[in-house]
Design a protein around this ligand. Sequence first.
Ligand code: 0X9
Ligand code: ZN
Length: 388
Amino acid sequence: LLVLFCLAVVSASGRSYDKYTLIRTSPLSFEQALELRQWENDYDFWRPARSGLSTDIMVGPTQKLYLSHQLTRLGIQFAEVIPDLGKLIKSQQLAAESKRSYGRGDGRINFDQYYSHDELNAYIDDLATQNDFLSTVSIGQSYEGRDMRVLQITKAGPGAPNIWIEAGIHAREWISPAMATYIIDSLLNNDQDGFLDKLNFHILPSANPDGYEHSRNSDRLWRKTRSNYNSILLCKGVDGNRNWDFHFAESGASNNKCSETYHGPEAFSEVEMKNIRDYVLSLDPVPVLSQCLHSYSQLWLWPYGYDYGAYPDNYEEIRDLAEEAVKALEAVHGTVFDPINSADLYPAAGASDDWYKGVLKSRFAYTVELRDTGRHGFILPPDRKSTR
Ligand code: 0X9
Ligand code: ZN
């Protein structure tokens, strides 16, 4: 009853992260990583436990002492990297209040703030009225009825290769929709390589509208969709990036409705994922590149991710292009990304990138984990000055 009462209070007032801490471990041995992966239902791992690397674990004030004991028992050293997440979230909320919201009709967006789902839709709709090779299309509604809109940039014309860009499946990764708008802005205003003459682009800035709004308004660290499968503990939502029908639920996903990686009752149970699936299946030609934007860790992940050593036939060119991409990226601001196979990060099945490669049959499919490497993690300041 106490748990239910607490849950009711939290959902009524917005979740507080006061005195929540982000703990970073020392690099883990194989055995330590294996052990920590058993705790995934007990703690929110901001970065997966992977052997050879450190991991980031969020803990509430009451869990902290217990976690310290557990880590010490396993011989894992650790430090508090963000001592009070609530404070960090509040300071960014305060800074955001002084920002101007998106001016309807503008078609101009700033990159020093994060925008709401409606503002993202309004931005792409406004662009579409300003240019005849731009249009927007609704690919359907979210569970709570929000419109999911795709920007189509089709200057290259019919038959040219299609590029598919999906952002925002994970609600708390705010840099992802922001990056989608940055890509749009760069293509339209700084297309030095002439991409628009050669390629058609289909860009979905907000793939999980309900989760994103929930993260903006009620629970900054919300990750999943907002659907309801009658959990006894009133837990809501499904991890959209575990809900795709390719090796569904085989690895790195949970059957527990309260888990951050709950895969849902069946593949494509989530209407948002279904909407995306139906849209990309309608594209002709099949997208040559399907690109998923996530955060954080600065990684360029190539498929497959469902199991170790499961590689697509053309994995060599996929891997080579990832390596070229991170070099090109580093040349801009010196930011370093690591190009690795997804499963080497951790095997996780039912993600959209695997489906784009394995079912849709895109020649290239990637998931990029954007900035940073953990100084702010998901609470990345909007001015993007965090470069560590
Ligand atoms: O776990 C995920 O869904 C992605 N990482 S995140 O921290 N943004 O949640 C990585 C997905 C990689 N792709 C596959 N495992 N197929
Ligand atoms: Zn993600």
